[in-house]
Every structure is written in C-alpha cells, then in structure tokens.
Design a protein around this ligand. Structure first.
Ligand SMILES: Nc1ncnc2c1ncn2[C@@H]1O[C@H](COP(=O)(O)OP(=O)(O)OP(=O)(O)O)[C@@H](O)[C@H]1O
Ligand SMILES: [Mg+2]
Length: 453
C-alpha cells in the first residue's frame, strides 16, 4: 500500500507489504514517482523483476493524497493458469480423472468420468469411490487408498456404471496437495478393449496350439507306426521261412505271436491318438441341450469302473448345480478322462486306501462347478503348468497319449467354461490333485454373450 502526493505523484508513505512487493526499503520508495514503479498492471521491483498486481486507487483520501493498494496477483494468476490447464487436460483426456478425499468422497470429476459412469458431474460429487466399485472389489478399497496416499498405486479392478454394468479399469492413484488439503488424484482407464484383446490373443494361442498339435501328431504317429511296419515286416519274413521249413516250427509260431502282439500294441496306440484327435477336430455333431452334469458324471463313473475297482473308494458329493447347455457325449468324455486320470494316479499305490471324490456345486456367479479330487501323488509344480498341453504324459507307452486333458480343455472352452488343475504337493505332503471344470449355467449360456468379469 502506497500513499502518493496527488499533485507531484511522489510516494510519501509505504507499508511493509509494499516494501516486500517492490523489493525496496521504505526509504528507497519515498520520493519515487508512483508512475515509474508501475508498468501497466506490473510492479517493476528493485531488482528489475516484475510482479503482476491489481491496483485500486482511492483518490483524495486526505488533502492532496491518493492511496494505492497493490494486490499481488502472481500466486493467484499461477493458480488460475494451473486450474485452466487442469480443466483443459481433464476435459480432453479420454481417461477418467477423479479427485478423492481421505474418506473416499469424490471431490472433483471430469467429463470422461461423467460419460463412463453415467452420472452428471454434480451427481458424481455426491458419491464415494466405493459406490463406483464393482461387486466383490469394495473390500480392497481401504488398503488401496492407504497405499495410494503413502506411495502411489497402480492396479486393476472393476468399476460399475449407473445402470449396473461392470467394466474393467486400470487405476493410477497418488496423493496431491490441493488448497492445503491432501487428496488423491486418480486417473482411471477403461480397459475393456484391452481385456478383449487379451482374450483374442488367448484364442490365437489356442489355434497355435492346434498347429503344435498337428506337428506333434506327425511326430507321435511316426514311432508306433514304424514299430508296426517293422514287426509286420519281420512276421512276413519269418512266415516265408516257416513255409519252407515244414513242421518243426512250434517255437517260431510262439515268437510270431509275440511279434504280432507288439505290432498290435503299436497299432492300438495309433488308434488312440487318432481317436482323440478326431474328437478334437469334430465340430459337426455338436448338438447341445440343457443337461444335469450329475447324470453325465454317473455315466462316466460307470464307464471308468474297471479302472477304479480295487484301487479307490468313490465319493459322490453332489451338491446343487445348475443345468448347463452342453453336448453330453463330449462332456462325458471330459469327465471320463478326469476320473480315469484320478484312478491311474492312485493305481500304483497299494499301501493306502485311496479316495476319488466327485463334487458338484454352484459358485458365487451361479456357474456349475465340477471337481474330481484324488488322494494320489498329486501333480508336481513344473508339470502342473503343462498338463493341458498336447502330448504331456508321465504314463508308460500304451497307457496314456497325453491328449486327455488337452482335449478336455478344448471341449470345456468350446462350452464357454474353464478347466483348471490344482495340486498340493508343494507343501511336501502328498494330498493328491483336484481337476476343476466350471461351466456357465444354461440360461446365461443361451442368452447373447454377456461380459464375464
Ligand atoms: N489326478 C492326477 N494326479 C496326478 N497326475 C495327473 C492327474 N491327472 C493328470 N495328471 C498328469 O497329467 C498328465 C496329462 O494328463 P492327460 O489326461 O492329458 O494325459 P494322460 O492321462 O497321460 O493320457 P491320455 O489321457 O491321453 O490317455 C498325466 O500323464 C499325469 O502325469
Ligand atoms: Mg488322461
């Protein structure tokens, strides 16, 4: 605040604030002409730098005295520019931008937020971030907010629109100080497309797996086939010799039948591989209807009886399970393989009384869950990652082709379901393996595809 002489324009008084603003002592200010101190709405300070000010002049506050009040605009101007920049940024970014208070209340939201959630900006400001979270994710909010305030955080979760539709998001959140208050600045990206892309890539992976399968088949078929051909060759030669040697040929006949057995074993292996492959490729007779998986499980159990008998006790823990829309023959093949695998896993161990437990239930999302659990040796971690790959087997030649789970996976996936393997050998204890199949319930499967989040 300066007081100037109205007639000469010279400064006759200056307060502390004026000293600070002008960067000059009171003594240095006195006598200077006010006009030389200002250039438009800027103050030229003692060191030559400039400060934006707002000037209010009150004339004749005393005889021949004017009062000039100068208000420093720098901080305000900076803030205004900042806020304008922020508004531009948040207006044009496709990402959702939210400022969130300590309690989770939304303090500020941009246009993208209003568009994404389906609320107006004003409505959003009456919401808590917890209201924007998808079911099952609210429980994490506390810990995530704390982490965001302390270190900043980047995570994926599910948000929900006003109409109840969930959508996957990636949230980047960290603390910022605004008007002296610590708040969270969250940048939220809708990652629906990215997730769909991931799913497409997964599908592509599966197609690539089919290629691997074809290559593997050629390789796999070669060995048994070579064995068949070589043995049949031998038989042919020996037969030719037998013919010329007449009746002293009893031992030779025995050897011949042994060779024929080996040949038959090789041929059988080829037959199994071809059978499994045909199932994989079969797309035509895929007629589906609503079915109760428990009936299909019973069918598979009776087919697997010869493998189970004498090795394990079967427990059928059938809980309530929704109907699924499926091809019962193909589903039966999946269950049969799981049950035979379980039986084969316990076969080698006669020390213990083993159990194969078949469970059905309904999960939180209303899907059908089928589990086949055994008390066998379990699946080692390194194998666990590969059991659904083609030709992965630990079984002796003639017993397994390693296609069972690969084919099961393809069948379950074609029904919109999931299959997974779990084993608890890592703790050092052998508590067996659980193979789990999850299938969508009939009504959802029949409806046009809905997001599975
Ligand atoms: N319940 C289980 N316990 C232990 N290991 C298992 C179990 N189920 C599967 N495995 C392992 O996974 C491998 C692959 O199983 P998969 O059913 O694909 O092939 P396979 O049973 O060996 O042969 P196939 O089913 O083609 O006759 C098995 O060889 C075995 O090592
Ligand atoms: Mg198998």
């Amino acid at each position: 605040m300066l007081v100037c002489c109205r007639s000469t324009g010279a400064v006759v008084d200056a307060n502390r604030a004026a000293e600070g603003l002008h960067g000059r002592s009171r003594d240095a200010l006195l006598g200077l002409r006010a006009a030389t101190l200002h250039e438009g709405l800027r103050v030229v300070r003692g060191d030559g730098s400039e400060v934006h000010v707002e000037l209010t002049v009150t004339e004749n506050i005393a005889p021949d005295r004017d009062l000039i009040v100068e208000r420093d605009l720098t901080e305000r101007a900076r803030r205004e520019a900042m806020s304008e920049r922020y508004q531009l940024l948040s207006k044009f970014t496709r990402d959702i931008v939210l400022f969130v208070g300590k309690d989770g209340v939304v303090l500020e939201a941009n246009e993208a937020a209003a568009r994404a959630y389906g609320y107006s900006r004003d409505e959003l400001l009456t919401h808590n971030v917890r209201d924007l979270r998808g079911p099952g994710t609210v429980g994490f909010v506390e810990a995530q907010m704390q982490e965001a305030f302390e270190h900043g955080i980047l995570f994926e979760t599910i948000h929900v629109r006003r109409n109840g539709t969930p959508f996957p998001v990636e949230v980047g959140s960290r603390s910022a100080v605004i008007d002296g208050e610590v708040v969270l600045l969250s940048i939220i990206r809708d990652i629906t497309e990215r997730k769909q892309m991931d799913a497409t890539l997964l599908q592509a992976d599966r197609l690539a797996a089919v290629g691997t399968l074809a290559a593997g088949v050629a390789h796999e078929i070669n060995n048994p086939l070579a064995c068949v051909i070589a043995n049949i060759e031998l038989v042919a030669r020996k037969l030719a010799r037998l013919e010329s040697e007449g009746d002293a040929a009893r031992a030779q006949v025995d050897e011949l039948s042994r060779l024929i057995d080996v040949a038959r074993e090789g041929a059988d292996r080829v037959r199994l591989i071809v059978r499994d492959l045909k199932t994989y490729a079969r797309g035509d007779e895929d007629t589906r209807k609503p079915i109760d998986v428990r009936a299909v499980l019973d069918g598979a159990l009776s087919m697997a009886q010869s493998h189970i008998r004498g090795h394990a006790h079967v427990v059928r823990a059938y809980g309530e399970v929704p109907l699924v829309y499926a091809n019962d023959a193909r589903l039966g093949q999946v269950f049969l393989n799981l049950i035979v695998n379980a039986a084969q896993a316990v076969t080698n161990d006669t020390q213990q009384r083993h159990e194969i437990r078949i469970t059905t239930r309904t999960d939180m999302a209303g899907r059908a869950v089928i589990e086949v659990t055994d008390t066998g040796p379990g699946i080692p971690d390194d194998l666990l990652e590969r059991v659904f790959d083609p030709f992965v087997t630990t079984k002796p030649v003639g017993e397994g082709t390693g296609l069972g789970l690969f084919v099961s996976h393809a069948i379950v996936a074609s029904h919109g379901g999931e299959i997974s393997a779990e084993s608890r050998t890592s703790a050092g204890e052998q508590t067996g393996a659980t193979l789990r199949v999850i299938l969508p319930p009939w009504l959802v499967a029949a409806a046009p595809s809905s997001p599975t989040l």
